[in-house]
Design a protein around this ligand. Sequence first.
Ligand SMILES: Nc1ncnc2c1ncn2[C@@H]1O[C@H](COP(=O)(O)OP(=O)(O)OP(=O)(O)O)[C@@H](O)[C@H]1O
Ligand SMILES: [Mg+2]
Length: 519
Amino acid sequence: MFSFNDFPSSFKDFPSTSTLFSWYASTTASVMMIRTMFNDLLPEVVRTYLCSFFLNIFKRGSNELTLVIEESTSFSQNQIYEASDAYLSTKITSKTKRVKICKTPYQKNITVRLEKNEEIVDTFEGVELTWRHVCFDPAHRLNNPARLMQYPVRPEKKAFELTFHQKNKDMVFNSYMPFVLQKANAISEEERSLSMYTLSKMEVDKSIKWASINLEHPATFDTIAMEPKLKRNLIEDLNRFLRRKDFYKRVGRAWKRGYLLYGPPGTGKSSLVAAMANYLKFDVYDLQLASIMHDSDLRKLLLQTGNRSILVIEDIDCSADLTDRRNGSTLPEASCPDDEEDDDQPDSVGGKRSMLTLSGLLNFIDGLWSSCGDERIIVFTTNHKERLDPALLRPGRMDMHIHMSYCTPSGFRLLASNYLGISGEHNLFGEIDGLLRINQVTPAQVAEVLMKSEDADVALRGFVKKLKRKDFNEDVEGDIGEASEVETIETQMQHTENSCQKARRKKKGKGKKKIQAAS
Ligand SMILES: Nc1ncnc2c1ncn2[C@@H]1O[C@H](COP(=O)(O)OP(=O)(O)OP(=O)(O)O)[C@@H](O)[C@H]1O
Ligand SMILES: [Mg+2]
């Protein structure tokens, strides 16, 4: 029969439950006291030093190396963190216990990301690499209410830790990390939705910042009605621009390209910008110069724009009066290249000089801004090319001038196919072609009429009727010419020289008038 005496002696000496509890209570109290003393009495620097000292003692003898990839540096996002985040999303397996998923209304697919404290083991060239997603509170706010008050909205810091054997260090830096970056690029390109940035005023400090929304414009080169040759030239120009990174470097030019889109209202200039963005998969920055008062704001905003982007300034001819804005004058003041030295004068609130000049903008675009980014496109649009500042037309500024014209027969066929689904010929097309030659109708006007009926015959008959009544001609503003044209930098030289001379003559005349008025 089993008796208490059968227990080994050690079991007999086992302490009672009450002894165990009192031992536990006193140990916990001591640990808490030491922890509080450690946190409250020692300065943070000393604490950090002690922690790393003990960690080093434990790690001595281990052959592992850990790379810490923090989410952000003091100035900007850490691209390696973002790349790791995207790359690891492809490495999630059934062993992973927690993942983050998200989908914005504009995203096509759900994005999956590794949740904090999760670990993933990757293998590259036969080497095992362990990734861990860690999060920490930079100010230890949660343990310290005083710090919580001090940094109420400071977010937690996130990082990836990549651990591997020391001997693979070179392989990780030279092969693995470039591989991760390259994979991540491909993933983000696939997931990427285009953004449209506009200027918005911050409530708090009244500063002007870029605010983005998803660019969901349906325009593509297939939906834009323009001369087929012009369209082909533009697409070819964009393709050439994209593949010529090395060329730009070799010839010492910034990797940027400028397009001037001009033509009457409703001929598709803004739609063409959207089509270009969709084709290139570039973000669009819509710079409304009227919202900017200071050159310094402009510089800040331009430096905040990203690579692979299109910077658009719409109706640039209307922005030229910025030079006189603060004086209350609405007269457009052309600033010729000759005037550029004026930009060096200090900006002063309440002074007579304008704080934002077109030539200042152009100089900045040509100078610092253009050299600090890659794959930048600048587009200016205008309804009145002839009113433009000669500085803008100077060779090298806008590489291609694109005239968006009134609707031509071929443009009309494309619109009829898009809006009414007419793929071939229609018996009214001949008559419409003739009428389009004697009427100036913009594609926007055509689109409006074609949308009135789903029945192709009804819509086309309505269009013919309107053309015969010459209804459209009343709406048309200005006449920029009928033929679509494309000019490259070489053919602009003569135009620019002429415009400059014209502007100088105009300016001299104006100066005389001002002097006369003053006297
Ligand atoms: N060339 C075109 N091809 C297809 N649709 C066009 C074209 N031009 C205009 N449209 C239609 O007309 C609408 C207005 O065009 P859009 O705003 O692009 O003209 P715009 O030239 O920028 O005019 P504005 O000079 O007034 O800014 C577009 O949404 C589009 O539906
Ligand atoms: Mg427009």
